[in-house]
Design a protein around this ligand. Sequence first.
Ligand code: GRF
Length: 214
Amino acid sequence: MQKSKRVIGVLISGSGSNLQALIDECSAPAFPARIGVVISNRSDAFGLVRAERAGLPKVWLDRQEFDSNEAYDGAIRDKLREHGVELVVLAGYMRLVRSPILDAYPEAVINLHPSLLPSFTGASAARDALDYGVKVTGITIHFADAEFDTGPVIIQEVVPVHQNDDEKTLLERIHKVEHRHLPYAVKLWATGRLQTHGRRVRILPKGDKSREDI
Ligand code: GRF
């Protein structure tokens, strides 16, 4: 008998190319998760169009309509719960998530960042990598905590910086890698293969449900 799929909620602020990668993977019958809702803090996020095209529930919540960041995140948490979400994926979501969401989803909020953390935190990671002159940068998928780009690392992958790169060409290369790894991280979470020990996240081999230490 086929196991039921775990439900993910995707938070976005922009283009949503990573959301698209998830939409595409989730359409495979064997993929262990499905998208329950897409939530944006911006009404003009193209990711909302992608959600609509895929026939997914989509929500825009306007921060201006709430008295505080906590109240805003409380409203997001309520929407996530309403749609039965078990895992929250921040896919280009340009806001800090706060305790209402983090407390409701312990070890179940993951973020995607376009650098090898802890290098180049913040919103201009690819440009900062170019400006610094590094020869390699990369992508990081990590559990989110109450600060930007600091939680325990789940997956990292190196991306080379080419001599003639500008921000656009480097970001294109980074995005291709993100699009491969984000669905994989979701799959690992959905199949119970992520085990956190403090800052270290262990990926259990397929079928291994042991709780042994790192
Ligand atoms: C990605 O590069 C991600 O690492 C960063 O924001 C970007 C979102 O891109 N947090 P998209 O909206 O998924 O196209």
